[in-house]
Design a binder for this molecule. Structure first.
Ligand code: VG1
Ligand code: CO
Length: 543
């Protein structure tokens, strides 16, 4: 075994986006591509001597090869110990949990999350800090700058390590511990939720389907829901992580999880349905013929958090990303706690959680989580709902309707225009920004504009700031239109248009969402000329 120094050259485009660096698998397979990025991470971290690193991914194509390369590079940089999930598997929330529990200095997550996998799909990589969460922008920018000037990297020439058996190995001076990917995470969930009550629920004949979408959460859901909670075998479907996710798009929304939605619409549908994404940090909650909007899910969990033992002491605050609906704000107000509005991406919640300002966090993109770790957590949200269903004995739809009756309903939808021409999308946003100063006071389809701006954020804890985080048009009646460009796509640009309208009258709470939002949808088109700019008359995906 010897440590080698390899000559390389900068490869453009290694700037991490909303959640790490995501590219086509072929891009990552280019000579030096992964190595350059990892070396840039290690340059940014400085001295790694004696430290512990956590390493794992969602099992997608290229996961195993990348793990071996990263192990060789970690060994060349003096790490004392690396904790690797067996088979290279660790969900994003599990990485966060393991970093915190074992006091590691950080972790590397190999995932492109909800993006499709396989040889022609996407791959991704993300560095998480010692608190367990995604590295803040100051760190990701430093990584990017190193990637622009890199000339060499250090790597051991050691042979591949067996990562399929739990146990210890050695590479250079570094100990490699292959760990059970589920154990630490399952133990944490058991402390947060009333497993006894959920076990009773299943013992009483309650039925559920959890769709693992052939991605990373299957093993976790099987061990916890079928194992510890006693749900019958078969409750978890698509529960084996596959390198190409079975050819499916591992994004838990009603469009991509169509199999589960169809199942939940059958006459003998299970009582409860749920799904998670590629790396296990997203969740979709479904009742019989009824899917729960993620923004509502955050608000409902916040309003009912006392059912879960881990949250009985009360919530310190709630945080949501700017485009997420304001349903949670109303709950925060009722509870007399603050509600924080952050830019899109879980990394912005970290400081609020660390400082004890927020307990629950959520994003409209099927992401919910809490201060138990520093990532959003798909299975955690599902267990929270199971705890709620066990505590109330009510079906999902009834719980949601009661919430609306109390707080009003925030009709909500996101319209995505995927893989549009990048320059056209940039022009659309630029044109929109020019219009912002004159929008206030104008009337858009009966909605009078209160203010319009480009969301900027100053972190209340560390004072760091982020500009241009999405154009928002806020109406006097409380409704909103938000436009932003995705930071996770790998093809062209994706325009996201977020639409929200608050309806106080319970008699109006059961309209089809797109119909309830029709006047805002038309306003969004008329302000931004989406069809003219993108050449698309309709969105690619509506959730
Ligand atoms: C999307 C979502 C955002 C989420 C991010 C990462 O980002 O909108 O809310 O935090 O994905 O989630 P963007 O920039 O494409 O809108 V995951 O589960 O893909 O790590
Ligand atoms: Co994800």
């Amino acid at each position: 075994m010897a440590i080698q120094t390899i000559t390389t050259h900068p490869i453009p485009g290694q700037r991490p986006g909303t959640s790490g660096l995501r590219k086509k698998v072929g891009t990552f397979q280019q000579p030096h591509y992964l190595e350059n990025f990892i070396q840039s991470v290690f340059y940014t971290l400085g001295d790694c001597e004696g430290k512990t690193l956590v390493l794992g991914g969602d099992g997608r194509y290229h996961n195993r090869a990348a793990i071996q390369t990263i192990l060789r590079m970690a060994a060349a940089h003096g790490y004392a110990r690396v904790l690797v999930g067996r088979g290279g598997i660790l969900s994003t929330p599990a990485v966060s949990c393991v970093i915190r529990k074992h006091q590691a200095s950080g972790g590397i997550v190999l995932s492109a999350s909800h993006n499709p996998g396989g040889p022609d799909g996407d791959f991704g990589i993300k560095y998480n800090i010692a608190a367990g969460g995604p590295a803040p922008e100051s760190v990701t920018e430093a990584i990017f700058h190193h990637s622009e000037t890199i000339t060499q990297y250090r790597i051991s020439d050691a042979a591949d390590i067996d990562i399929d058996r739990v146990g210890s190995g050695q590479m250079e001076q570094m100990r490699i511990e292959v760990i059970d990917p589920v154990a630490d995470y399952a133990e944490l969930m058991q402390r947060l939720f009333d497993f006894g009550a959920i076990r009773k629920l299943f013992a009483g004949g309650f039925t559920m389907r959890f769709d693992g979408m052939s991605a990373v959460s299957g093993p976790y859901a099987k061990a916890i829901i079928e194992g510890m909670l006693g749900a019958p075998a078969g409750t978890v479907i698509n529960g084996e992580p596959l390198e190409d996710f079975g050819g499916h798009h591992p994004d838990p929304n009603p469009v991509n999880a169509a199999q589960l939605i169809a199942l939940m619409a059958e006459d003998d549908a299970p009582d409860f349905g749920a799904a998670s994404d590629g790396d296990g940090d997203r969740n979709m909650i479904v009742g019989r013929r009824f899917d729960v909007t993620p923004s509502d899910s955050l608000a409902i969990l916040a309003a009912n958090s006392g059912v879960a033992p881990g949250y009985r002491a009360g919530l310190k605050g709630i945080a949501r990303s700017m485009p997420t609906s304001r349903a949670a704000d109303r709950v925060a107000e009722a509870l007399g706690i603050p509600c924080y509005e952050t830019p899109t991406g879980w990394k912005y919640f970290g400081t609020l959680l660390d400082a004890g300002l927020a307990t629950l966090c959520g994003e409209e993109s099927y992401g919910t989580g809490s201060d138990h770790i520093r990532e959003k957590d798909g299975l955690w949200a599902v267990l929270f709902w199971l705890n709620l269903l066990a505590a109330t004995g009510k079906p999902v739809e009834e719980i949601v309707a009661a919430h609306w009756a109390r707080f009003g309903r925030n009709y909500y939808s996101r319209h995505d225009y995927e893989a549009v021409d990048a320059e056209a999308a940039r022009l659309l946003m630029a044109d929109l920004r020019i219009k912002l100063p004159v929008l206030a006071g104008t009337v858009l389809n009966t909605h009078e504009v209160d203010f319009a701006d480009d969301f900027a954020y100053t972190d209340p804890v560390d004072g760091s700031s982020a500009q241009q985080q999405g154009v928002r048009i806020v109406m006097k009646d409380g409704s909103r239109i938000v436009y932003r460009l995705s930071g996770t796509g790998t093809e062209g640009a994706t325009l996201r248009v977020y639409l929200e309208l608050h309806e106080a009258d319970p008699a109006q709470h059961h309209r089809p969402t797109q119909q309830a939002l029709a006047s805002l949808i038309a306003a969004a088109e008329s302000v931004a000329s989406i069809a003219m700019h993108t050449g698309r008359a309709t969105p690619t995906v509506i959730t």
